[in-house]
Design a protein around this ligand. Sequence first.
Ligand code: SF4
Length: 847
Amino acid sequence: MGITRREMLKLTAATAAATALPLSLPRPRTVIAGAESSGSLTATRIAKTACIICGQKCPVEIHVAKVGGKEIISKVVYNRDPEYDQFFAVCGRPQTIPELRFLPERIRKPLLRVGKRGEGKFKEISWEEAFNILAERIKKYMDEPWRIVAVSHQGFEGGLVREFFKKVIGTPNTTQHCDTCHTGMDIGHKFIFGSPKGPSAFQPDYANADLVVLMGRNPAGGIVASAWSKIFTEGRANKMKLVVFDVRESRLTELADKYYIIPPGTDLAIALALLNVILNERLYNVDYLINWTNASMLLYVDTLEPVKLEDNPYMEKKKTYLVYDEYDQRFKLKTEAKKPALEFEGEYNRRPVKTVLLVLKDAVKEYTPEWAEKITGVPAEEIRWLAHEMARAAPRTFIDHNYKATRYYNEGMFSRAKMLVNVLLGSVGVKGGLAYPAGKPKFKSPISILGIETTKTQGEAIYKYWSKHGVENVVSKCWSQLLVKSIIEGKPYPIGVLFIHLENLVAHALTGRRLAEALKDEKRVEFIVVLDTTFNETVMYADLVLPVPFFFEAESITLGYAKKSYVSIVVDAQKAVDPPEGVDARPTWWILVELAKRLGKLDQGVKVDPVEVKKKQAEEAGLDYNELREKGYKLLWTKPKYHPWGGKPLATVTGELELINVAMLESYRDYIGKESPLNPLPCWVPPLWMRKGTLADNEFVVVEYQDSLTSINTFMRFSRLTKDVLEWKHIYGVLMHPSRAKKLGIKDGDMVKLKGPNGEIVAKVRVTEAVHPYVLAAPHATAVDKAIIPGEAVIETAGGTVKVKLFSNGGGYGVNNNFLGDPLESVVPEEGYRAAQHDFVVKVEKL
Ligand code: SF4
């Protein structure tokens, strides 16, 4: 399929100053009965808490007023304490809070399944009965605790749930969903920094930067944008220039000095071409590379093994290696050399040797800007221009870290190549570059404060089994996709109890129908217990459902901590209101404490006050709890750390930033020359969708983007406000380029069926030039796969049968790629079996 250059590339001279994220929203047109939210009511109380709709824990104030003797949430605003205000805002999502409480989809009582799994038939039971059932099921496997698996979303107590199952139950099988979020980036970074580095590992120092390049990152509207919005704005108000690569136009491209609309998953080609220009034209920072990286390390050309000095065996307990010293033109250990050469090639022991820098230069020699132009449509001269602009601005320039990096098969290699650009320009760990956050507090766990008896973990973790069976580089806490694989394939053992806490596994992982189908089988998973606030795809497959409050309806038992750009923040999440009448939800910590008592791990008589636990945590960490309680938060560190290694030697073999990773050279030598994320040398790895050749007229790649008002947790689909915003922003459905729509005879507003390798979704089309022609773009996680779950839950209650209509507001015409993709194919086994959630072809059929 050919597309014109105009379609591929848009440049804009927009120089408008950046603005903060929108903080206020139109009020919902429709308010659910009982959920009135009026800013005009006078608050009787203001509760300080923190939002956990995404992982940022932004401090918010919840204003509570009384109407007719009942407490209601009158408004939600961000914590305007001046100290906090200078750094952060919040995004628009917390505006759904008043409405969330009264969603018709709320789970009101503990429920026991009475129909078949997935059928949605339950009966209400008491908490006492629920605990008897749960304790009995868990006791059954206390001698084989590895058969109990706990999956938990973050929130305030997500970590506590995982810790409880690990330390109190003794299972090695606890996980969360980062392998569907940022694991691609983490592993890509591992090959430069020695250990996986997630999104909070770096602080983009926008405020001091001269030129920032964004690929796969949108601080003006993407996920967890709020923490970065103010420093991003500050940077733009200073002198920061902005260049953006994306598959669609957005608020971010409006703010950019230049932007390029490129095909999905091709950012890697741009990064490789930048490396090519920087290395060929010697635009790199010589001193930085000598002092902080292994660029001068000598490798044997034939085997790419590091050269060993005869009388100083390489790496024998010393973090040093052989270099060529230009000062006296001799081979020496780096620690002894005065001027290690960066571009040496010659012979050592009659074998040809080269520096790492030259091997890197050879590796990217074919990736010229002209080559990248053929893949991305971005003119070669523009790529060359960008390399020179970055070099001119260096070190106050960087390609930002991407956040949600599990979109395409090549994300790990992209993250590595992009970070190599930063390292070559000397931009990692310096002012105006990609710095490190300042620090992290350590809080004593509520489990030890309460004196809950702990044990050792037993058995082999599921991810370890898979790592012996072809899955490389699993990040030990992030293997939800591997859990899906285990459930589908029934390996390594059937699961006895699957405990799922605030994690919509069926909708969050690349699973859809296959996982749902597998969950029906009690031989694969004997018992499923789900703790959640509202009905969703996963709740429908539970045997036991335990209702928990929304985060603002309960006092948390643990202080929360977040690294928000370079600022470390502690939050005290306080209860604002009770769950509404008729909702008998209990806090997660209460459920864990009761479970501990029934398992004989805690005395029955122990009374728990969550505020006292937090007070102890604060005291032990040297924090004034009264101040924390009053303000709801405390900033701990507010300055970035400027040091190329973040302050101490890295976990690489050399302790340095490794342009070519020494451990990787040893482990993955066989991958050299292959288009694989495990190739130790940077190389082009095409996205999976591209491997099938050209796209037919009706074929697209569905790209979900994050929206600062509507996306993230699946319960937001149920909000009327979310639906109104989607309509208001004209993003209710998929965006399609007019050139493609014309070929298919599709008009704005038409309905289409999207057929993926593992499912179908119906969506409404918005025809717009603001999207790459290969792409259908949609806001993240708004769809429901109605083939997986019925439209209602049927509940036997004491007063008769009640039908709960599901997804009345959301899920109508949105998209969730996880319902289209295939869990066994759209994954990257080389990177811990992480998801590649966008990397498949979807066929469009007009309805
Ligand atoms: S960025 Fe938005 S959704 Fe995420 S925690 Fe902050 S306010 Fe909540």
